[in-house]
Design a protein around this ligand. Sequence first.
Ligand SMILES: Nc1nc2[nH]cnc2c(=O)[nH]1
Length: 450
Amino acid sequence: MPTLLIKNARYIVSCDDKDTLYERTNLYIKDGVIASIGRDYHTADQIIDASSMVVYPGLINTHHHLYQIFSRNLPEVQKMELFPWLVTLYEVWKGLDEEVVAYSTLTGLGELLKTGCTTCFDHHYVFPRGAGDLLAAQFRAAAQVGMRFVASRGSMDLSQKDGGLPPDSVVQTIDEIMADSERLVRVWHDPSPFSMRQVALAPCSPFSVSGDLLRESAKLARTLGVRLHTHVAETRDEEQFTLEKFGLRPIAYMQSLGWTGPDVWYAHGIHFNDDELRILAETGTGVAHCPASNMKLSSGVCRVPELLRLDIPVGLAVDGAASNDGSSLLEEMRVCYLLHRLHASAAAPTGYDVLKLATRGSARLLGRDDIGCLAAGKAADLFLIDLNRLSLVGAQFDPMSMLGTVGFKGDVDYTIVNGVPVVQHGELTTIDERETAYEANRVVARYLGR
Ligand SMILES: Nc1nc2[nH]cnc2c(=O)[nH]1
């Protein structure tokens, strides 16, 4: 594997245990791993002159629905909140097939890489009958574009006739789901350090899956040694659902089914009371914070300052593109920073806190200690921004907080994943962007019939 030297970086924001900020320093990469950070000079197969650049750890997205790239900005759902939004969109999503999933994964991961993300978790939970091997299509697309990828075998077993929200054609039996989950983990899950592909089990949400499916999924995940993920406490509707149906608040319900612990993280986690936060802290259960989606769907504001104070694992996520309309963790960081400034004033996370959510915090949710910061021995996942641009003039006094407070719009200059420059001069090196966009638009037109 070619060696790579990031030479004389103006700044390296490491997000390491000591919050080290390096100035005028080299970062040397060998075999996909950071071999050293320091003043020593190395010859290398490729050298990037970073004398006007700031280097950040690669961002880590902890919740996405990549298939929704093909249902952004649909006019009919723009004024809806979660439940009617889902019911309307299931009618679109029930037409998913392998080609739609392949191209939406490729385009979504491409956008993420161009905006500094180097690891993405995807929550895929719509499996229409006869749609093909959707996770295989995702792993192929991730390998093609060069993203470190964590897929999930999601699931739904409660259709409208059983009191759930989805139509019959996208739900499966528990036996079907368990058998396919086990197959996918055996084929795709690589638990080794620096792994480029992993699998989690991820039933959709308490209101579209049965208690039995949640319980069986938790048991199987622990037998196979993989992580557990689902949506929890995104809306008041859900809180009402678990109270009315089971006489329990969301966390008591999830806990009764084995769904708390350091191997579990929830998407959204907005409507928790103090007792529920205490349970999350005691059990080490994590939360993927999705501020743009929460604002778009009028879901509420996640209690991030309290989560951080209690050392509850928190990471950042863009959520599906139907409730974000994009896939940029750079944008998400700024939205996160501003939302909590508005909502919590001085208690809000700082710009640097937000960067740590999107790096170290997100790595913790995925159970990874090989990514999330820049230090010798960690994976060579990072991105670079040239400071010589109009939008950053006067903003460079504190590069650690800059991405939260000032924000960065547009494409980063370089993104490196596993030691490979997958973005150079703001362009993907792994795929032809124009050709991919052309083909993807053809697939969108077929899929949506418009
Ligand atoms: N935001 C969001 N919440 C969900 N809850 C169940 N499915 C979804 C989804 O696709 N997006």
